[in-house]
Design a protein around this ligand. Structure first.
Ligand code: NAD
Length: 350
């Protein structure tokens, strides 16, 4: 591969959903995305825009070699475990990978003189707290994670912030709200296994590729009783990473920034939008609430506009659903990829 003079960015977790889309955006913006991933939930096929290194976050030597081999000047850190439910059953594993793994990465970055980081944080750091469901969330809102997953994201942020102060690292933590959609090319998209996210589950149900959808709770204090979430197109999210990499910040700066649209969509609205796009209703039933599900998580995105000059351009529900559907309907990728995922899964145990 011609590395030319492109600045190399290590993309941990770049074989995963958001990382792959960001690797594409980096390539389009003149960077070389060097993907470092253990393929525990990512796909080798999703690494298309730069070199791939098969490695684990907990392996310091391999991280160091990857940084040295490509003369990496910055890191975008996506790698980690993401399933909220699993985190309640295996909190130690989540702390090991999401927190201790991040510590490893920071140590290696310091040893190798890499001073710039963009970190995948999450709206899960907020929880519902004392907010009413009408309020959008600013970055200074109370932090009240409602799962071990959210705890690990907040702990990692704290540690990164402390290392910025102590060692002059410059970091931006992007607190994503609900990532959704797929690249318009249909080549990359969402394929978690197990899938727990609403949109792919609703599409699979509507296409007859998956079981009927369960809507978790219809008795929230929201306009139609179902949870409100802020869905952000993964293409917009990828652009936010490039903006966070480029923003002019002094050594030692740490910034936490919400990445969302500022608009909440209810579960029922998403289900209806999928039905319209597919041309068939989404088979679904209503079940009990899931433990720890906040009624509403909607970003106040002003800080992202001010600091990063970023705003969501592709995140109408219609565009998100149309792009997700194109991916899911691609027999080679989408649902097809999910079906073959076990044959391409790495042997690395997590
Ligand atoms: N998907 C969302 O809506 C969402 C919302 C908020 C935050 N996030 C955060 O964004 C990041 C990416 O999420 P995603 O949806 O793309 O998930 P994903 O599971 O598709 O991607 C995670 C990637 O990390 C890799 N990985 C996991 N453990 C690793 C390890 N120990 N060493 C090396 N690689 C490892 C996986 O193989 C995978 O490719 C995560 O940190 C997640 O917490 C996601």
């Amino acid at each position: 591969m011609d590395r030319g003079s492109k600045p190399a960015v290590l993309v941990t977790g770049g074989a995963g959903y958001i990382g792959a889309h960001t690797a594409k955006a980096l390539d389009e913006q003149g960077f070389l995305p060097v993907v470092y991933d253990n393929l525990s939930s990512g796909f080798r096929e999703a690494v298309r825009w730069g070199p791939f290194i098969h490695g684990d976050l907990r392996d310091r030597a391999a991280l160091g070699e990857a940084i040295a081999a490509y003369d990496v000047s910055a890191v975008i850190h996506f790698a980690g475990l993401i399933e909220v439910g699993r985190s309640t059953k295996k909190p130690d594993l989540f702390w090991d990978i999401n927190v201790a793994g991040t510590t490893n990465l920071l140590t290696v970055m310091r040893e190798r003189g890499v001073g710039r980081l963009v970190f995948s944080s999450s709206a899960a750091v907020y929880g519902q707290g004392g907010r009413s469901t009408q309020e959008s969330i600013t970055e200074s809102a109370e932090k009240a994670p409602s799962s071990p997953y959210g705890d690990t994201k907040l702990a990692a942020e704290w540690m990164i912030a402390a290392q910025c102060r102590a060692y002059g690292l410059t970091a931006v933590a992007l607190r994503y709200f609900n990532a959704a959609g797929a690249d318009p090319s249909g080549l990359i998209g969402e394929a978690h296994e197990p899938e727990t996210h609403l949109l792919p589950l609703a599409i699979a149900a509507a296409l007859g590729d998956g079981p009927a959808l369960t809507v978790f709770g219809q008795d929230f204090q929201t306009p139609d009783g179902t949870c409100l979430r802020d869905y952000i197109h993964v293409t917009d999210l990828a652009a936010a990473h490039v903006a966070a990499l480029r923003v002019d910040l002094p050594p030692g700066a740490f910034e936490a920034v919400n990445v969302g649209t500022g608009e909440g969509q209810s579960v029922s609205q998403v289900v209806a939008a999928v039905g319209r796009a597919v041309g068939a209703p989404v088979p679904h039933s209503v079940g009990p609430r899931r433990e720890g599900d906040p009624a509403s998580l909607v970003a106040d995105p002003r800080r992202a506009r001010e600091l990063l000059g970023w705003r969501a351009n592709h995140s109408s529900l219609e565009e998100i659903v149309a792009d997700a559907l194109r991916w899911e309907r691609n027999p080679r990728y989408g649902a097809g990829l999910r079906q073959v995922r076990h044959s391409i899964r790495s042997e690395v145990p997590v």
